[in-house]
Ligand binder design. Structure first.
Ligand SMILES: Nc1ncnc2c1ncn2[C@@H]1O[C@H](COP(=O)(O)OP(=O)(O)O)[C@@H](O)[C@H]1O
Ligand SMILES: [Mg+2]
Length: 290
């Protein structure tokens, strides 16, 4: 393990500016990128049988424009709740949640989401499903067709525009869901375990594709995953949430050149650090997901 990586991997809760990120070898940050996120003092309770269930507690998180951040944490610690707040679907919380300096007060085409299930409409073709993401905002039919073509190409679904969801494999359906999320050209892409339902080989392949799409689109990304390797492979920074109520327990940077090499000593060192957070180190050859 190189000394630099060991030191960097131990950097907790420090938000490096973009220039420092580049200097640390995390790859260039696109200058045109926007989509930075600022979460300050965020707490959220759900009502359950008349009682308040505290789900998120005092979350402070700054995400730089163009950054890829992964969020890992036990089931039920509030990850989906956090993404729903960022989408603008949950309004009842305390604290500040801003995108590019403006408070998030409701859903917006500036923010797209991909869920674990593709949620494509079964009676629409792939082309129609992807166009559906535009929500009628683009009126010019030629432009709609052009955008659909562009994003189907981006996710590698050229030639499947007339297929129905039932005719697609799991990986292809998730690609269509990614195209549907990106067609608005959002500044922030939220990913809620988007590869969680795929078989292991398809998942590895899709991780590579997702990384390439993120690089090409220059979109800020926040990924929820249970797969520690997936988090390190994709993210510039991995955030560990504590069990409910979700609090930021640990932040680990991934100061490796892109694409992150799973066999590199730096990658393995970070994986060990994360496994230790979940007390899985001893069994790491057998269990690397949480
Ligand atoms: N609308 C809701 N009403 C009441 N409780 C909820 C609601 N949504 C989620 N919860 C509860 O909040 C906790 C966090 O849920 P969630 O954000 O989905 O966690 P995660 O995505 O980390 O698994 C869970 O205990 C869940 O049961
Ligand atoms: Mg969830």
């Amino acid at each position: 393990m190189s000394q630099g990586v060991a030191v960097a991997a131990k950097q907790d809760a420090i938000d490096l500016p973009v220039a420092a990120r580049e200097a640390a070898g995390a790859g260039p940050v696109p200058s045109a990128a926007i989509g930075g996120l600022s979460i300050r003092g965020l707490s959220k309770s759900h009502q359950l049988k008349g009682k308040a269930l505290e789900v998120l507690q005092d979350i402070d998180l700054e995400i730089q424009p163009g950054e890829f951040v992964a969020l890992v944490g036990a089931s039920g610690c509030g990850k989906t709740t956090l993404l729903r707040i960022l989408l603008g679907l949950e309004r009842d919380f305390t604290g500040v949640v801003e995108q590019d300096g403006a408070a998030i007060t409701g859903p917006s085409p500036e923010r797209g989401i991909v869920f674990q299930e593709h949620r494509l409409l079964p009676w629409l073709t792939v082309e129609q499903n992807v166009a559906f993401g535009l929500g009628g905002r683009v009126k010019d039919k030629q432009e709609v067709r052009e955008r659909v073509r562009q994003y189907l190409g981006l996710v590698g679904l050229n030639g499947f525009d007339a297929a129905y969801p039932a005719q697609l494999s799991g990986g292809m359906a998730q690609r269509a869901a990614i195209a549907r999320a990106l067609i608005n050209r959002p500044r922030l892409l939220l990913l809620d375990e988007p590869l969680g339902a795929l078989d292991a080989l398809t998942r590895l392949h899709m991780q590579k594709e997702l990384e390439e799409i993120w690089r090409r689109e220059k979109v800020t990304a926040l990924l929820v995953t249970h797969d520690i390797e997936e988090a390190i492979y994709l993210a510039d920074r991995v955030i560990v949430l504590s069990p409910r109520p979700g609090r930021i327990k640990r932040q680990i940077r991934v100061p490796l050149g892109r694409p992150h090499d799973r066999d590199s000593s730096g990658f393995i060192a970070i994986k060990d650090e994360l496994l230790a957070e979940f007390q899985l180190q001893a069994e790491r050859h057998f269990y690397y997901t949480i």
